[in-house]
Design a protein around this ligand. Structure first.
Ligand SMILES: [Zn+2]
Length: 142
């Protein structure tokens, strides 16, 4: 009977496949203990995603309240997990730095729905106000 064997590509050991057995378990058994098999490395997110995407200059609404910002671009996205809710992404400039601001603030989103892209860029200031119901909401200062 012919001997079935497999040669490990890492350590070049010739591994005999046991009688009545497939290659797979024999190979798996060897690989689990192979001294030269490179350790499987699980990448860090910084290895697979562009650094800029991670760092991005994201700014929070609360950090820019009452400051005049330059709106350079914006996009409205549907939030698929929440019906009838739009999310607004703003490309803004503050003190000469570019930032991205994401908000779902209803009143702000409503305003941006009426703005066309050829009206860009423009200045605006956000403010935080208390509603009669005691809720705090963001809106555009007039
Ligand atoms: Zn090996």
């Amino acid at each position: 009977m012919t001997e079935l064997f497999w040669v490990c590509p890492h350590c070049e050991t010739r591994v005999t496949v046991k009688e009545n057995q497939d290659y797979a378990p024999t190979i798996g058994e060897h690989l689990a203990t192979c001294p030269k098999r490179p350790k499987q490395t699980i990448p860090n997110i910084t290895d697979i995603v562009d650094r800029e995407t991670l760092e991005g200059n994201v700014i929070l609404m609360d950090d820019i309240i009452d400051q005049r910002i330059l709106v350079k671009d914006f996009s409205l996205k549907d939030l698929s997990f929440k019906e009838d809710t739009l999310s607004l992404s703003l490309q803004i400039e503050l003190d000469g730095e570019d930032y991205m601001l994401n908000t779902g603030a209803e009143r702000v989103v409503q305003v941006f729905k009426t703005i066309a892209h050829d009206q860009l860029p423009f200045y605006l200031t956000f403010e935080k106000v208390h509603t009669s119901a005691g809720r705090r909401v963001y809106r555009i200062k007039v």
